[in-house]
Design a protein around this ligand. Structure first.
Ligand code: GTR
Length: 331
């Protein structure tokens, strides 16, 4: 027994050493792998669709050796849970908002500032260019993130929805508005005149329905896909946040992949980033039409008043990113 065990330990050690040297790579690389991916949105939503398309390409390019199984619609919980699962390797790909990543990697919070981008076109230039690339690299290099950042996705512009028009900051007085769980967002809503309430996305529909909150804020595709428009009928175009989304890979799994597989995933991720954008534009157009057809009232607002009102938030949180902010403004 003892001898067998010793022998087993010895051969395991040898195997581990061989694996560390890369000797195991070809054998391991042949193993069939099904990566789990997760998203809070349902099937058909641009972010979900883009990752599924990436999965199909992976499957073709590896002759079925690697595939992606998608868990949409918050099946694996909210974004905080998804990040945690990816960190421990229980999930390989998590598609989350930068809003949820700010608490993990601080620099990302620059994208979470109100009115930080002039418009969506500028946001796209920033994420496609050197600033975007550096942020992805920083997330991947950060030991505490335990994630590899693969790429960006679009999430349009966030506007307030509730059951009454909000055309100027005073209109939000006394209204509880759900915000993503990050102090910047809560303070943004408070500065806009309302009362920001931090809440998980998975609790929001019920909270809107039961009046726990009076409203929320998000892009048109979310308002439609999450059925929030059935309980919040007025969409006020405050445009206070333009937050990109990100898709990340579990570092724990990443470190077991061959260099070739890593390179293939990176290449397909860039393609997914660009493909999602086409899907996003088409879906947003459709969402606006469908929301209007369903009786949602779109309200033009005094955007400048909201911009002015949120200046204290940019001053408070933006000062430490002064150099980055300058670069963004110049992009
Ligand atoms: C959506 C985004 C989700 C989630 C959600 C939220 O726009 O796609 O990832 O962040 O907003 O408000 O929590």
């Amino acid at each position: 027994m003892q001898g067998n065990r010793r022998q087993f330990v010895r051969s395991s050690a040898a195997l581990a050493a061989a694996a560390a040297l890369g000797g195991m790579r070809p054998a391991l690389a042949q193993q069939k792998q099904v990566w789990k991916a997760s998203d809070v949105h349902p099937l058909g939503y641009p972010t979900v669709e883009a990752i599924q398309r990436m999965g199909k390409k992976l499957e073709t390019q590896t002759n079925g050796r690697i595939s992606i199984q998608m868990f949409p619609s918050m099946q694996l919980g909210g974004e905080k849970e998804m990040i945690e699962q990816a960190q421990v390797g229980a999930l390989q790909i998590a598609r989350i908002s930068v809003g949820a990543m700010g608490p993990v990697v601080d620099d990302l919070n620059v994208f979470n500032l109100p009115f930080v981008f002039k418009d969506e076109a500028q946001m796209r230039r920033v994420i496609d260019g050197p600033i975007g690339q550096k942020m992805l690299d920083d997330i991947s290099a950060s030991p505490q993130s335990r994630l590899i950042a693969l790429g960006w996705m679009d999430a349009g512009t966030r506007n307030v929805y509730s059951n009454k028009p909000v055309s100027k900051p005073g209109d939000l007085k006394g209204m509880k508005i759900r915000m993503m769980g990050n102090p910047i967002f809560v303070e943004t809503m408070n500065a806009m005149g309302g009362t920001g309430v931090a809440m998980g996305f998975n609790e929001l529909y019920t909270a809107l329905q039961t009046g726990v909150v009076d409203g929320a804020e998000n892009n048109p595709p979310t308002l439609l896909a999450q059925n929030h428009y059935t309980v919040s009928k007025v969409y006020s175009l405050t445009g206070h946040l333009i937050i990109p989304e990100i898709f990340v890979f579990s570092r724990r799994t990443w470190d077991t992949l061959s260099k070739e597989d890593q390179a293939m995933v990176r290449k397909l991720s860039r393609e997914a980033q660009l493909e999602q954008r086409q899907l996003w534009d088409a879906y947003t157009k459709q969402a606006v039409d469908k929301l209007k057809a369903a009786g949602v009232q779109f309200v033009e607002v005094d955007k400048n008043a909201f911009f002015q009102a949120t200046q204290p938030v940019r001053d408070k949180y933006g000062s430490k990113y002064a150099a980055l902010l300058k670069q963004i403004q110049a992009t």
